[in-house]
Ligand binder design. Structure first.
Ligand code: HEM
Length: 123
């Protein structure tokens, strides 16, 4: 039986982020949306983002929603994104922080979707 630890430090965040984006790059629906990215730049930004949320280290500075507003994404993409994220958390971690990171991801995904829908409405 594999025993999973909870998310406790920046190394854990890096493991989560690395494994999540490996999964994203292997996903036929999501991968094309990331094809232009320089991963050596994107991954450290994501380590900072999740470390700031989960460990409170304030390493992320930015406006995440701005980067998504013009992407051709809808509910299907968000559902897949969340499915992969939840799977990767569950395969690697277990505990309060693991639960928290999944609920944070869900909340932010919902907020992004809501804002994207609003921005598409004709005034
Ligand atoms: C369908 C779902 C999603 C897709 C396809 C997607 C795609 C992307 C892409 C392509 C970028 C890079 C933008 C660029 O630098 O040009 C990006 C950045 C980012 N994404 Fe997402 N994303 C999704 C959902 C989410 C969610 C749910 C979160 C948070 C929980 C998130 C957090 C971020 C953050 C923090 C950045 C970095 C922003 C910065 O550079 O400061 N994304 N995303």
């Amino acid at each position: 039986m594999v025993v999973h630890n909870d998310i406790g430090n920046r190394q854990d965040i890096q493991t989560l982020v690395d494994r999540f984006y490996e999964r994203v790059q292997a996903d036929t629906l999501l991968a094309p949306l990331f094809s232009h990215l320089d991963w050596s730049k994107h991954l450290p930004v994501m380590y900072n983002f999740w470390s700031s949320l989960m460990l409170g280290d304030q390493s992320y500075k930015g406006n995440p929603f701005q980067k998504h507003i013009n992407l051709p994404i809808d509910e299907e993409h968000f559902t897949r994104w969340l499915k992969l994220f939840t799977e990767v958390v569950d395969e690697n971690f277990k505990g309060e922080k693991a639960d928290e990171v999944k609920s944070r991801a869900r909340d932010i995904a919902q907020l992004f979707q809501h804002k994207i829908n609003l921005s598409k409405q004709v005034p």
